[in-house]
Design a binder for this molecule. Structure first.
Ligand code: UDX
Ligand code: ADP
Length: 478
């Protein structure tokens, strides 16, 4: 079967990165056979079903178009490795939970186990592509594992090819990337492998966007890009606190600042705090790297980006409590949005989680609606099975106080306040008069994403509090 294809690729890890990236390769290169493998049978079954494990606009069509032709999802990791010339390693690299570097360093156990498997089963030389975000110099460890555990005479050329896709726009980011980065050792063999991967991307990405560089620069560039994006959000969020205290308006300030072409207008939206699987993890990783190299001032600088993010979440919670007459106990609060941003069902590090946990601690009744996050996931995030010693108590409390709804109208019925945590487009078009009529009075709106029309809401009768804008006067209906 392999013979009818020019190249065979195996992607280890069928997650948010590996799944979309390698599906696009299959769609763009019909002569390339693509296996996406995972140890998680449920995940693979989902990839092979009508309901894919991740929601990403445009992904369904691509997978359905190529599945069974040159795109296969399987748990048969060994066979796929053996048939392939190029191996993408796209496994998860979460922050370590215990041991040296706990809470900061990336946990490389999944990378290591995938690499060991590869070394053990490979019968021929391979190009190994590091796709997961990893600390600088991980390729060196992979090389050591591969060389000391594989059959004699085999070559493994390791490339760093970090993924810059953002969730919710993954398909567009993959189809039209700002750049594709390929790092390799600057040896003739390394450069040859680099050229092979560059040729694959060149099937749909203009050559001038494919950048080649040394391995360590490529690994560090990914961490650097995420750190600088997160730093911009923390900068604008720090300014939002100042706006609330002075009467300046963060949207106006961000607009004025972003008009400077040296700064640019993107990624200047104040919010309830950034979430997602990458920013916090990658900054902690960078901080750990700096510390382990005795660059303490550099470590402190990057750590501050996370400190401000936590500060922003806390400030928003405090504002909610203060506005609701200094107590949320027994109040009923609707949460609109649970995902860490719009157009994704992903909830990792979502600001909504910390906010809701606080509300539960304070015995508030919480009514949640998110267009894409499943009820099961919401309860999983709030209960965190396996984390608390008093799990049963947590479970009981969460089940008693939290209800997940199928739409925003049902979630807001008889509530005292609604809080926008995710910037889903549909939240801007709701019938707020209808919502106001069915809420308890005085009715409050807390806009953590600056997406609602405050003037219109105030005219309806709502008390509106928006991040980065001065608090409005409290309206009490006669
Ligand atoms: C990020 C990077 O953008 C991407 O290049 C990298 O490959 C992975 O990490 P992602 O985490 O999917 O992507 O989402 P992103 O769009 O960057 O948003 C991250 C968080 O920042 C979200 O919670 C988002 O709501 C928040 N954000 C983003 C803001 O609060 N304000 C902004 O202006 C932009
Ligand atoms: P990311 O957002 O980086 O893509 P995910 O957690 O969504 O991370 O996906 C990583 C996937 O890698 C998971 O589905 C996990 O089961 C898989 N995985 C981890 N280790 C291995 C391994 N050794 N072999 C195959 N798959 C693995």
């Amino acid at each position: 079967m392999t013979n009818q294809f020019a190249t065979t690729i195996c992607c280890i890890g069928a997650g948010y990165v590996g799944g979309p990236t390698c599906s696009i390769i299959a769609d763009k290169c019909h002569d390339v056979l693509v296996y996406i493998v995972d140890i998680d049978q449920t995940r693979i079954d989902q990839w092979n079903s009508d309901k894919l494990p991740i929601y990403e606009p445009g992904l369904d069509d691509i997978v359905k178009r190529r599945r069974g032709l040159n795109l296969f999802f399987t748990t048969d990791v060994d066979t796929a490795i053996n048939k392939s010339d190029i191996i993408f390693v796209s496994v998860n690299t979460p922050t370590k939970k215990s041991g040296i570097g706990a809470g900061m360093a990336a946990d490389l156990k999944y990378i290591e186990s995938a690499t060991r498997r590869l070394a053990q089963v490979a019968q021929s030389s391979k190009i190994v592509v590091e796709k997961s975000t990893v600390p600088c110099k991980t390729a060196e460890s992979m090389r050591a594992i591969l060389e000391s555990n594989s059959k004699p005479g085999l070559r493994f050329d390791i490339l760093s090819n970090p993924e810059f896709l953002a969730e919710g726009t993954a398909i567009q980011d993959l189809l039209n990337p700002d750049r594709v980065l390929i790092g390799s050792l600057q040896t003739p063999e390394g450069k040859k492998a680099q050229a092979t991967l560059a040729d694959l991307y060149a099937r749909w990405v203009p050559r001038e966007k494919i950048i080649t560089m040394n391995l360590w620069s490529s690994e560090l560039s990914k961490l650097a890009a995420n750190a600088m994006l997160a730093q911009r959000i923390s900068s604008v969020n720090a300014l939002s606190a100042l706006c609330e205290a002075t009467g300046a308006d963060i949207d106006e300030v961000a607009y004025a600042v972003g008009k400077d072409t040296r700064i640019g207008s993107k990624f200047l939206k104040a919010s309830v705090g950034f979430g997602g699987s990458c920013f916090q993890k990658d900054i902690l990783n960078l901080v750990y790297l700096c510390e382990s190299l005795n660059l303490h001032e550099a470590a402190d600088y990057w750590r501050q980006v996370i400190t401000i993010n936590e500060y922003q979440k806390k400030r928003f919670i405090q504002r909610i409590v203060k506005s609701l007459f200094n107590t949320v106990t027994n109040k009923s609060i609707a949460i609109l949005g649970f995902a860490f941003k719009k157009n994704t069902g992903d909830t990792r590090e979502s600001a909504a989680i910390s906010l809701i946990k606080y509300l539960i601690e304070e015995q508030a009744q919480v009514h949640i609606y998110d267009p894409k996050v499943e009820e099961e996931q919401i309860f999983f995030d709030l209960i965190e099975p396996g984390v608390y010693s008093n799990e049963n108590q947590v479970l009981h409390k969460v089940k008693k106080l939290v209800k997940v709804h199928k739409d925003a109208y049902s979630a807001t019925l008889n509530t005292d306040a609604l809080v926008v945590c995710t910037e889903w487009d549909e939240f801007t078009n709701l019938d707020y008069q209808k919502i106001y009529n069915q809420m308890r009075k005085p009715a409050f709106v807390f806009d953590g994403r600056l997406i609602l029309n405050s003037d219109k809401l105030r005219k309806i009768g709502f008390n509106v509090e928006v991040i980065g804008k001065v608090a409005g006067p409290v309206t009490v209906e006669n």
